[in-house]
Design a protein around this ligand. Structure first.
Ligand code: PBG
Length: 330
């Protein structure tokens, strides 16, 4: 070290495909990919999401018909999001905790039919509230932290009781990881994985997702009082450390590609497996870029996913999971 090797030629290790394959540091496997899927109540429904080409909102029967393809692609886990009818929403997200909530029965049925496919479910109230926030509001219109944590702990317990393998709080309330772990354990759900959206930025890249679950309102929605400020990185590590000590099993960091520095930083400081979430706006951007001929879709998508692996993500949530696994990874 410290000496300059004057005859060093970097291109020797790049000269042919075989040597590039041999020295490659980072790889992507189907089992590292998690496919997000949107589920609605009803029958025989499969509606394409406008801003997410190739992504659909499924009714349960259609989803059950699709899942064999997911399994045979080598995907080990899906991230399931409910799409709730507008007339069932209210300010408090009451339907989330209702025993009539179609989502609980659907989870049960999916696990009955696909016991070997991991099922992760988002824990937040945004699919259930009319205002689209992830929790309930206080008198001043801000999200009430402690009331929300209470409701989400109950919701997480119901999801676990329905058979969800992993619950993933995406609400960014303070104290929710410890509260949910305790609530799950007391109810006997000691095996349920707790996957924390530990670092979730107040991002503009969630637009297509919000359109899909109907959490967008006319004025637009700001979640800046609970999601992280994108000018900051120091607090990301604090979040990760606290979730580690509160009993989280894995950490999610999102969005993906604009936040590679955060992933690398958290990876160095906290030993939990990190999942990077390539969010809806990133997927939409890559689709749009390919559509105008800026790049080849699969090539650019694969590059973007390997970038997340390089930054330290052990797993990746991406809308392209099944497609990439089938078309690029075997
Ligand atoms: C909501 C939630 C969001 C996403 C995942 N869970 C949106 C939000 O915070 O408003 C975004 C995912 C995506 O854009 O793909 N709790």
């Amino acid at each position: 070290m410290g000496q300059i090797i004057t005859n060093k030629r970097f291109r020797r290790l790049r000269q042919s495909a075989w040597v590039r394959e041999m020295v490659a540091e980072n790889h992507l496997l189907p089992e590292q990919l998690i496919q997000p899927i949107f589920l609605c109540d009803g029958h025989a429904l499969q509606k394409e999401i406008e801003a997410l080409p190739g992504q659909f909102v499924y009714s349960l029967d259609q989803l059950l018909a699709y899942l064999p393809q997911v399994e045979s692609a080598g995907i080990k886990m899906i991230a399931l999001f409910p799409v709730v009818q507008q007339q069932l929403k209210d300010a408090n997200g009451t339907y989330a905790l209702s025993s009539d909530n179609f989502f609980f029965a659907a989870i049960q049925s999916i696990k009955q039919h696909f016991p070997n496919l991991g099922l992760m479910v988002d824990v937040a109230l945004d699919p259930y509230t009319l205002h689209g926030h992830d929790g309930v509001l206080d008198a001043a219109g801000d999200v009430d932290n402690d009331k929300t944590v209470h409701l989400l702990a109950d919701y997480a317990k119901l999801l676990a009781a329905s058979g969800a393998d992993a619950v993933a709080p995406s609400d960014m309330m303070d104290g929710r990881i410890a509260a949910i772990r305790q609530h799950l354990d007391i109810a006997g759900h000691t095996k349920t994985l707790l996957v924390s959206y530990t670092v979730k930025y107040a991002s503009h890249f969630y637009g297509p997702f919000r359109a899909a679950v109907g959490s967008t309102n006319k004025e637009g929605i700001s979640k800046a009082t609970y999601q992280l400020d994108y000018r900051n990185s120091t607090e990301a590590v604090e979040h990760a450390r606290q979730d580690y000590f509160s009993g989280a099993d894995m950490l999610i960091i999102k969005p993906g590609m604009p936040y590679l520095d955060i992933m690398q930083h958290v990876k160095q400081e906290v030993p939990l497996p990190i999942i990077g979430y390539q969010v809806s706006g990133e997927y939409a951007m890559l689709c749009a870029g390919a559509a105008v001929g800026a790049f080849n879709y699969h090539a650019a998508m694969l590059e973007s996913l390997i970038a997340l692996r390089r930054a330290g993500c052990r797993m990746i949530i991406t809308y392209a999971a099944v497609d990439i696994a089938i078309n690029c990874l075997r």
